[in-house]
Unconditional design. Sequence first.
Length: 107
Amino acid sequence: MKITVRVEVTTDYGETATFEVCKIDRPYRELEPAKVGLSLAEGKDVLHELQKIMVAMQAEEVCMLRRFCTRCHSFLDLEDRRIRKVDTVFGTVPFRSARIICCPCGT
């Protein structure tokens, strides 16, 4: 048996993206009580991958919402992107964080 775990993320503004979390291969010939379901290590890996996807998508959505000037409503450019880390219950998760250039209007 082969199992593929995928996550579909739909943002608040309607964009959808699909990510593959993991693939699990369980040949029926090797089936024994200890191999039924996920092992603890596999469960942790699945949750850690899911957490990485969630953090990355949340950071991207926040970046998109903050790229509009609150005064003149223009779209702001990015200076660069850097790797940041956040500590979660499933471990440390790296994600790309954008640095936004300030608007010329003064905000």
